[in-house]
Design a protein around this ligand. Structure first.
Ligand code: TYD
Ligand code: MG
Length: 471
């Protein structure tokens, strides 16, 4: 065997240099060089062209005659059986686990915990199910080891391939015969025979397509990490979403411990389940009591605070919404700050409060937030947020055991929202006794008094017991 050749490749411009340096000599980007093992050259025309060539990474085709039609009820279902990942909370989101031969795209903002979550899955499977393979294109072998040790003792079956070159994956797959392959990330790997820098649309598509075919051919589940841009889309690859079987997203505020995992697309199971994790010193742990994080430090009876039974996927989750208003300093524009709530809906609610409910916040700085690092963007949050705003403005607290939900229309009317019974049931379970809801909402469970409201003005009056809105 020949000597293993390595270069250092820039993640930013794709240029390579034989020696590592803190800064890419080609584009000047700092900390962008990653060591890469040079694989044997592949046939011209991209990795796809090697399918028929002598370097076929998929090995001989499984043989037999060409595909023929078959009766659907004769199809073997067992091949699509999910296998547990070793993380029960993740398995719940996936409807049992990962299906052999499937490709899952795990998206999320940088730093949210994607690599940590997958390393935990790899460690769990290496300890229980056999060899697993991590293709690390973003972090060096040493960095991965340090992180893995932080999570607990290492299992010998966790194999690491530190490369950015996808053409090195088939060889590693043949050598290690893993039961799971993780590629971290799809934006950092590249296909040497496709033009463009790593992360470019052409590269991301070529690599994902290659890895998907590899997964199907070897009947091994692959998980690809995909970074999400600030705008909330998977960078480059919206096109990837139809190429993969499952799209999972990890969300959460970096300054808070809570992380949510949900399936945006799932060919093998439901998409409504929500996984809750808490980022701690030893990685992500399943959250059994979300209200310790979401409502634990709540000050009941403080003005500007309401509780919303929000829907996160199919799950109702109680979230505290807070508002604070102060007089705007002279000759300065009004400040409007929305954290974890939709800025556009906040502006709409301020307008409706002023015109339809007589709560005039025009010359006031307004700060609104959802507590606990959770993001609430559904219109059902309107009523709770509007009540928090009016309560903050008047200084009158809302009852501590009250929840509210409903969409607010431009006419000041309260509109119905989906999953009302589930929202009420969760609020009652946690101990809330009163709910302000749209007029069409069904009655609540025993012990819960449901107050139906038709307009925002009526809701404000009922909640704070006063119609005088002058501060
Ligand atoms: P990481 O998994 O690297 O995020 P991503 O792959 O999505 O970019 O996680 C990043 C953050 O998680 C990092 O800021 C450190 C923190 N962290 C912990 O708080 N506890 C831990 O045990 C680990 C491994 C990471
Ligand atoms: Mg990462």
């Amino acid at each position: 065997m020949g000597r293993v050749r390595t270069v250092h490749r820039c993640r930013s411009c794709g240029g390579s240099t034989p020696r590592w340096s803190g800064r890419c000599p080609a584009c000047g980007e700092w900390n962008a060089l990653v060591e890469e093992v040079l694989a044997a050259p592949v046939a011209a025309g991209g990795l796809g062209a090697t399918l028929e060539g002598p370097l076929d990474p998929f090995g001989p085709e499984p043989g037999g005659p060409p595909a023929r039609p078959q009766a659907l009820d004769a199809v073997d279902r067992s091949a699509a059986c999910p296998r547990p990942t070793g993380l029960a909370e993740l398995d719940r989101v996936l409807g049992g686990g990962l299906v052999p031969g499937s490709v899952t795209l795990l998206g999320g903002e940088p730093g949210v915990g994607k690599s940590t979550l997958l390393l935990q899955v790899l460690r769990a499977l290496a300890a229980s199910a056999g060899t697993v393979l991590l293709v690390s294109a973003e972090e060096s072998a040493q960095q991965v080891r340090l992180r893995a040790e932080r999570l607990g003792p290492l299992a010998p079956g966790l194999m690491l391939l530190a490369t950015t070159d996808v053409s090195a994956v088939p060889g590693a797959l043949a050598e290690t015969d893993p039961c799971l392959v993780v590629v971290d990330s799809v934006q950092a790997v590249f296909d040497p025979a496709t033009a463009g820098v790593p992360g470019s649309l052409a590269q991301v598509r070529a690599c994902a397509d290659f890895l998907a075919r590899l997964a199907k051919h070897h009947a091994v589940p692959f998980v690809l990490v995909g970074h999400v841009t600030k705008e909330g889309t998977l960078a480059g690859p919206r096109t990837l979403e139809h190429l993969v079987d499952t799209v999972l997203s990890v969300e959460g505020d970096r300054h808070h411990a809570l992380r949510t995992v949900r399936a945006a697309k799932h060919r093998f199971g439901p998409t409504g389940e929500l996984g809750l994790f808490e980022m701690g010193e030893t990685g992500l742990a399943a959250v059994t009591d979300p209200y310790r994080l979401l409502l634990g430090d709540r000050r009941p009876g403080a003005p500007g605070s309401t509780v919303l039974p929000a829907m996160e996927g199919q799950r109702a989750l109680l979230v505290e919404l807070q508002a604070l208003t102060t007089r705007t300093a002279p000759d300065t524009p009004c400040r409007r700050s929305a954290q974890g709530v939709d800025g556009g809906r906040l502006a709409l609610l301020l307008a409706v409060l002023e015109r339809r409910a007589g709560v005039a916040l025009a010359h006031t700085d307004v700060f609104a937030s959802a507590v606990g690092g959770i993001r609430v963007t559904e219109p059902a949050a309107d009523l709770a947020l509007a009540l928090a705003l009016s309560s903050a403005f008047t200084g009158q607290p809302l009852p501590a055991d009250l929840v509210a939900f409903g969409e607010v229309g431009l006419g000041g009317e309260i509109r119905q929202v989906p999953h009302a019974p589930r929202r009420l049931a969760e609020a009652a379970r946690v101990g809330f006794r009163h709910a302000l809801v749209p007029a069409s909402c069904p009655d609540g469970p025993p012990g819960m008094e449901v107050l139906h409201v038709r307009s925002l003005a009526q809701a404000v009056e009922l909640a704070t017991g006063s119609t005088d809105r002058t501060p």
